[in-house]
Design a protein around this ligand. Sequence first.
Ligand SMILES: Nc1ncnc2c1ncn2[C@@H]1O[C@H](COP(=O)(O)OP(=O)(O)OP(=O)(O)O)[C@@H](O)[C@H]1O
Ligand SMILES: [Mg+2]
Length: 473
Amino acid sequence: MRLNFSIKTKIILMNMGILIPIIIFIYVTITNNLYSNVIKSNIDLLTKESYNTQVYISNYIEKDKGVDIETNFVHKAPLINTYLSKKLNYRIQIYDKNGDIMTDSVANRVTLFDKDITNAIKGNKAYVVKKIDGNIYILFSSPIYLKDATLGCVRYIYTLDIEEKFINNMFIIMGILAFMSILISWLLSKLLSEKIVGPIKKLKTVSQKVTKGEYDNRIKIRSGDEIEDLAETFNVMSESIKDYVESLKEERQKQKKFLDNVTHEFKTPLTAIIGYSEIIPKLKKQSDIDESLVFVKEEGIRLLKLVEELLDLSKLGKSEFKIDRKKNNLKEIIEEVLIIINPRLKKYEIEIIKDLCDIEVLIDKDKIKQVILNVLDNAIKYSECTNINIKLQIENEKVILNIIDDGIGIAKENISRLFEPTYRVNNLNSINNNGNGLGLCICKEIMKKQNGDIKIKSNLQEGTSIEIIFEGN
Ligand SMILES: Nc1ncnc2c1ncn2[C@@H]1O[C@H](COP(=O)(O)OP(=O)(O)OP(=O)(O)O)[C@@H](O)[C@H]1O
Ligand SMILES: [Mg+2]
């Protein structure tokens, strides 16, 4: 059977398990020694007394010359008894050599015959400790000789009344002391175990919090022992878990962003291919058809390049497309984007008013196409506009592309949040309400990476103006 005790209980049980037997052992040894010492000292006293008695009786009997010793002893025994009992203040008995009582200092009492008598009349001092009527007595018998003959014996009946009381009191005091020391050590064990268990409990609470993902919790333990070291190690561990989890979160964030960028980037060539496939059937001239097919092929190749790049990045474990900046004519890029979205402009009867000039800028053509396409796509999808103004100009050594629609506009409070990922203005009337809210955020990132920027100005019911700023040459 497995007993599950807490550390606290184990410490208390261990201390009590050691202490209680020790205390019981000390208690029993001391009380036993005390008892036997009391008996021994009284026996010594009685032995000494018995020598005096022997001398006294010898002198007393030998005094009467010519009288038979034994007859004289029988005759004088009552007097001897009276003398001894008065002198010593004990109960005294005198027995003859056959073990029969001759005289007793206390009349009409039982004789209490015992083996001390048998031994004494054989010539040996002997004693018996006996409990009589609830009191303890030492029955000490000593032989009486005269001229090598044993006349009988004298017996001292010594009561241990006072000693018994003293021993009993000692038992009680020692019992109280033993109980007190067990109680004190139990309290001390409890305090000690609480001192040990307290920090462990603290450690447990914090580690439970860590398992729930609260990695910021730290433990402060100043016990100056191994538990303090453990708490320090635990804190270091929590810190590394926190760092690790944060790096994982960062990595996940990065991967999500990458996935968002990739899907958005795929949109440009796909929109282009769909756009041309809508135009081609409506074209009459073979040269226009051939030109459009070249564009379809180019966008198809671009799509393939993107997939290959994606595979390469995945092999290298990287999660960022590179920006490939080259000198490009911005006007040509805008025209290309306009061809792509032309079918949709026609479908929604949106007129494009262009004010373009040939400007060469250092940019990643495909990425800039993606930006312009998203801005125009937004205007078509959300603004309900009839005109889109596209103006390309140089201002303070910067190349600025303005794309202005005369649509519904965007509320002031929403404008600042448009560059946040996945933020969308809830516009139920919009043509296509299934965007992801990523476009403008990605556009901002693309422009920033090329030292440019993208800004929005908008007034409700007046329209939206998107300013795309390029780094000048
Ligand atoms: N010209 C505009 N007129 C009115 N609202 C606009 C205009 N341009 C953008 N918006 C609002 O800004 C929001 C964010 O546009 P954004 O291009 O970032 O995302 P999206 O077009 O919804 O999704 P995605 O581009 O990822 O497909 C749009 O959902 C739309 O509500
Ligand atoms: Mg968009």
